[in-house]
Design a protein around this ligand. Structure first.
Ligand code: ADP
Ligand code: MG
Length: 326
């Protein structure tokens, strides 16, 4: 670990290299079009840098959330983005601005939007298994790189995996490092984080988190990309948690219609309760599903129907709408 990096006991990094600008974001950028997306605490808008004419995505983060000062969480998010600068599958950070109430991250714009949209799309727009293989390889390459750098994302889900373009299908960009942590020099991270549908059983049991925690989420993500169904989603949060802790997964032909058995085998290597027995990102990249795509896979659309269950809000930890004040 470099000397300049400081961490608190939860694996958050508190030193950054990026200069935080205090001049006005709006004097250097024009906001264009409608909002690109929003999450729990942020609103993201498309903007154009005045001097270059280049498009970016501005993520507006409030420094106070639920009455608490969250500036250090944002600094941690910036630090993780900095440490992943050389990774082509992680969104790149261009600039940072700070106002009295917000921090604005000026990011590379991933114009294709969330893979979530194509996971829940009608058959014409849904991913084919061949698409999923290519995207899964990219997600794994990005995550393997992060894990190699001792970074865990802890919030991998279809809303946080974006595309450079949707038609034609581009490349992936991993975003939203708001929950990310460093795993080196940290004894234990035990927090309830993430979204119920995507969290690993060890999180629910307050057991230590590790890179394996992300691998569980990649298993869920792959399931959703191939079938359009969320494997653990119950009628309420309690039911979802129970499904996760019992690893209650439907691998039936009905759900996986037209999907290869290698794909199912791949998911089964990740949705394993014991984190030590779960496949790593490196293991996954060697899995036959991702390495002999010509002989075993189908090219038809992965899931032929609309899936209303995926339209539910992403979290029950609801927060009032994030508002941009600049
Ligand atoms: P939160 O921490 O609030 O979840 P995110 O970083 O996930 O914030 O951003 C919220 C949403 O904004 C994303 O799910 C996505 O739809 C959109 N978004 C985020 N970053 C970008 C980007 N670089 N390019 C395009 N859209 C983005
Ligand atoms: Mg998000």
């Amino acid at each position: 670990m470099p000397d300049c990096t400081m961490m608190n006991k939860n694996g958050m990094v508190s030193k950054i290299q990026t200069r935080i600008r205090t001049d006005h974001f709006k004097s250097n950028y024009d906001l264009v079009g409608k909002e690109l997306g929003r999450g729990k605490f942020a609103v993201v808008k498309k903007c154009v840098e005045k001097v270059t004419g280049k498009e970016h995505a501005a993520k507006f983060l409030r420094k106070r959330r639920k009455g608490e000062d969250c500036r250090m969480d944002i600094i941690n998010e910036i630090a993780v983005l900095e440490s992943a600068k050389a990774n082509p599958f992680v969104v790149s950070l261009h600039e940072v601005y700070e106002t009295a109430t917000e921090i604005i991250l000026v990011l590379e714009c991933a114009a294709g939007g969330e893979i979530f949209n194509q996971c829940v799309a009608d058959s014409d727009d849904a991913f084919t298994e061949k698409d999923v293989i290519r995207l899964a390889r990219q997600i794994l390459a990005g995550v393997a790189w992060l894990h190699h750098k001792n970074v865990v994302h802890l919030d991998l889900k279809p809303q946080n995996i974006l595309l450079t373009s949707s038609h034609p299908l581009g490349d992936i960009r991993i975003v939203d490092f708001g929950l990310s942590r460093r795993t080196d020099n940290v004894k234990e991270v035990r927090e309830i984080l993430g979204t119920p549908e995507y969290v690993a059983p060890e999180i629910l049991n307050y057991e230590p988190l590790s890179t394996a925690t992300d691998m569980w989420s990649i298993g869920v993500l792959t399931y959703v990309m191939l079938t359009g169904e969320s494997p653990f989603l119950g009628d309420n949060k309690q039911e979802t948690f129970l499904n996760v802790s019992q690893v209650n997964v439907d691998y039936s032909q009905e759900v996986f219609q037209g999907v290869s058995s290698l794909a199912i085998d791949f998911i089964k290597s990740l949705l394993v309760k014991n984190p030590r027995h779960r496949a790593t990102a490196e293991d996954c990249l060697k899995h036959p599903w991702l390495n002999n795509s010509h002989s075993h896979t189908h090219t038809g659309h992965a899931h032929p129907r609309l899936l209303p269950s995926m339209d539910e809000p992403e979290t029950s930890q609801s927060e009032s709408d994030p508002e941009s004040e600049s």
